[in-house]
Design a protein around this ligand. Structure first.
Ligand code: GLN
Ligand code: ZN
Length: 767
């Protein structure tokens, strides 16, 4: 029985790759120096894997930026707008694709980025034209295989599956579907495989996570066609077809019919698929069982994993089963050993956790448990694992009876405002007396170098609390004065005290813990350090009231309270796996509800609950959407429904495609929703118009992702478009998103222009 690893984090245990990439981009290190860092990481990873007794070590799982971009680059799927810089070095062109290029009068926008399935990792979207041709430009898979070999590691090259690659892309021209490009791509794909086989690769991993999605008939046929041809061409190579992030479901028969030698399935996400697959798996195939969670931070339940593997063994025979990570460990932090600050992460909680390095050991320990040849060290790991899991089941840190009974006592009424929107709108108009087309912003104001240095110094202990708060108050006061002068109608305090919209709340909630080095790659050199929800969540004391109250005390205009919503807090954290996500989300909802009620009591009349991550929590299969919406939207409503009708609840979402979720958004019943809109030139609004979205809406008119200051004409043009489809009474004017990444200079100009836009429109339409 072999141990199988699908992939490993590439950022380095102390984010060495991030730092090297950024130094290279800044021209501070050479290409050779960048490669040195990458090579050190790669060798370090294989060494760890080898030491942990992993049999199938992955190669080509490393990437300087993104594995999908790597593939596009390898097969020369480079959009034609990059032609003017085709003379750059490979490395420079590669990064130009990822980051855009602005030099010597040339201005080329980067390749679009989007989320990798339902993870927080972003890949670069392949762009295809109708007659897209492919050729082998740079054989990265081969280079990495040989690099490993030269360093004494025999590896299993990882290739992005041809069909998944095409399906993840986008057509940039009308008149074709990207799946039709199979014919053009297959010869190059074969060429890559041939080169690996020639170099001595015996086993090749082909990642086809699209097999857990809803597929059309044509797509299914393409799978058959491609892999039949590929296997015919390489009869003696062992191919592992990997699926992850979900169950094969109606694609089970398809996956089993593909003539590849090993099928990998994700048993962490989809344990239930095992029985059917065991009963149907052809005798000549092997099965790789993903039992160690590649996407979360909890230790494995060895007992459970062993049971699953033994079941498979009984059905298939011992040498037909592999023990594996559920997916690539790309989505796990690197190494728990670095977490030695007991004040940040207590030993009791730490024993429940396993990061990538620890997961390697788990994989091989599970194998030894099954084959009954535990070493002394492994025996200790098993004892420790059992103790920790037992402790986790009963720990007082985790289980809070008050929270559990409160969740149990929630009624339908708790998820509804007192009156319907039509009534609330009238009451709020009376209470807030806002003009037509009220202006507001999304919450954060520029987090200047200065503001960040205060926080850093405060955290280091060199800036006393009192001084830190005095500085923040001064900053808040300045922002309030600016907003008053500019003529904005609903103000914000600016969120200067917050580092991150989830971490800030996590730090104040019970049931949350943090790490120092628990980084995972989000995209390119950007890493995130998601906080960890280990126990029942509650809010011991108010979290934002003091700052909101302070800001409100400075002005007679309404200041919005700013909160992050329960779904977003859940989505951007590592979530406990010992209860359904829906339950954890409901607990967070109650904590936010308490905060909303306290803000209202403190005199805050407008409260925004941000939910930018509702869409990314959507299940991969359409049939599961409704169940998700049922608990996710309900959680938002629970958080928002504790207040009087006169209190205005806002929500905010960005980067969302609203087409297939408009009903759910309406169901959230926020009094006002602000959305990203300016890049799509208000096209997004059509969905709201068609649906006759009943509540108020603020379509973003100012693209905050660039330093560009939009003109009054542009914003008026956008607003006129909005006025064409949305009742005027329901329209707000605001930027696309928070302004924390901007500078004050452009922010001020843009917001003044935004208010001028509102004034012009009022003059025109109020008459
Ligand atoms: N209130 C947050 C801000 O303005 C919203 C951020 C977001 O939507 N991602 O920064
Ligand atoms: Zn936003």
């Amino acid at each position: 029985m072999k141990t199988n690893l699908l992939g490993y984090p590439r950022i380095g245990e102390k984010r060495e790759l991030k730092k090297a990439n950024e130094a290279f981009w800044a021209g501070k290190i050479s290409e050779d120096e960048l490669f040195d860092v990458a090579n050190t990481i790669r060798i370090h990873n294989w060494k760890l894997q080898k030491e942990a007794n992993i049999d199938l070590l992955p190669s080509n799982d490393f990437s300087f930026y993104d594995q999908v971009l790597d593939f596009s680059f390898s097969v020369n799927a480079i959009p034609s707008r990059f032609a003017p810089i085709d003379n750059l070095s490979d490395m420079e062109l590669y990064f130009a694709l990822a980051r855009g290029y602005q030099k010597n009068g040339i201005d080329i926008t980067a390749v679009e980025m989007t989320k990798w399935f339902d993870t927080n990792y972003h890949y670069l979207v392949p762009e295809f034209t109708k007659n897209q041709s492919f050729k082998l430009r740079y054989n990265k898979a081969l280079a990495e295989y040989q690099f490993a070999k030269n360093n004494g590691f025999e590896t299993k090259p990882v290739l992005l599956g041809l069909i998944t690659y095409l399906l993840l892309g986008k057509e940039k021209e009308d008149g074709f579907h990207r799946i039709e490009l199979v014919e053009n791509l297959l010869p190059v794909y074969k060429q890559i495989v041939q080169s690996l086989v020639d170099a001595g690769a015996k086993t090749i991993q082909i990642d086809e996570p699209c097999l857990v999605l809803d597929l059309t008939k044509t797509e299914k046929e393409a799978y058959k066609q491609v892999y039949t041809i590929l296997k015919e061409a390489f009869p003696t190579t062992e191919f592992i077809l990997t699926t992850y992030f979900g169950a094969l479901e109606d694609n089970t028969d398809l996956a089993l019919s593909l003539p590849l030698d090993v099928l990998h399935i994700d048993l962490v996400r989809a344990e239930n698929q095992l029985d059917e697959i065991l009963s149907k798996l052809p005798k000549d195939k092997k099965l790789s069982l993903g039992v160690v969670d590649g996407r979360n931070v909890w230790i494995n339940d060895f007992q459970k994993s062993v049971t699953l593997i033994e079941k498979a063994q009984k059905a298939l025979g011992i040498d037909h089963v592999l023990v594996a990570s559920s997916c690539s460990l790309l989505h796990s932090p690197c190494n728990l050993e670095h977490e030695n600050n007991e004040k940040i992460l207590t030993p009791e909680i730490k024993q429940w956790l396993a990061f990538a390095k620890q997961k390697l050991v788990e994989i091989s320990t599970i194998k030894s448990l099954v084959t009954n040849d535990l070493t002394e060290v492994q025996r200790e790991t098993v004892t420790q694992n059992k103790k920790a899991n037992d402790n986790r089941k009963t720990s007082k840190l985790i289980h809070d009876e008050d929270v559990k009974s409160r969740v149990g006592a929630i009624t339908e009424k708790d998820a509804h405002r007192k009156s319907g929107f039509a009534q609330r709108q009238v009451i709020q108009e009376g209470a807030l007396k806002l003009p037509l087309f009220p202006t507001t912003t999304i919450g954060s104001f520029p987090q200047t170098q200065e503001v960040r240095s205060w926080r850093a110094n405060f955290n280091k202990g060199v800036l006393p609390l009192e001084e830190y708060e005095t500085l923040l108050k001064k900053e808040i006061e300045e922002s309030i004065r600016f907003q008053e002068d500019a003529g904005i109608d609903v103000l914000v305090h600016g969120e200067f005290e917050r580092n991150d919209m989830v971490e800030y709340f996590g730090e104040q909630l019970k049931g949350y813990t943090f790490t120092k080095f628990g980084w995972v790659q989000s995209y390119g050199s950007r890493c995130v350090k998601p906080p960890i929800i280990y126990g029942d969540v509650s809010r011991p004391t108010p979290m934002t009231v003091r700052w909101s109250q302070f800001a409100q005390s400075l002005t007679s205009l309404p200041v919005k309270g700013m909160l992050t919503g329960p779904v977003t807090i859940l989505q951007w954290s590592f979530v406990r796996d010992d209860q359904p996500r829906s339950v954890t989300c409901t607990q967070i909802a109650l904590a936010i509800r308490d905060e909303v009620v306290d803000l209202e009591k403190a005199g805050i009349k407008v409260i925004q609950i941000d939910e930018p991550a509702v869409r990314e929590g959507l299940p991969l299969r359409r049939k599961d959407w409704e169940a998700y919406y049922n608990w996710a939207i309900r959680a938002f409503r629970i958080s928002a429904s504790g207040v009087e009708d006169s209190t205005q609840i806002h929500t905010h979402m960005c980067y969302s495609e609203f087409n297939d979720m408009i009903e759910a958004i309406a169901d959230m019943d926020a009094d006002v929703i602000t959305i990203e809109c300016s890049r799509s030139q208000m096209d997004l609004l059509d969905v709201f118009a068609e649906f006759k979205y009943p509540n108020e809406i603020g379509p973003g008119v100012y693209d905050i992702h660039s330093p560009r200051v939009p003109s009054v004409e542009e914003m008026t043009f956008l607003m006129e478009k909005a006025i064409g489809v949305i009742p005027k009474r329901n329209l707000w004017i605001n930027p696309d998103c928070g302004l924390k990444t901007r500078h004050w200079e452009e922010t001020k100009k843009a917001l003044v222009a935004m208010v001028d836009t509102a004034k012009e429109l009022r003059a025109k339409y109020n008459a």
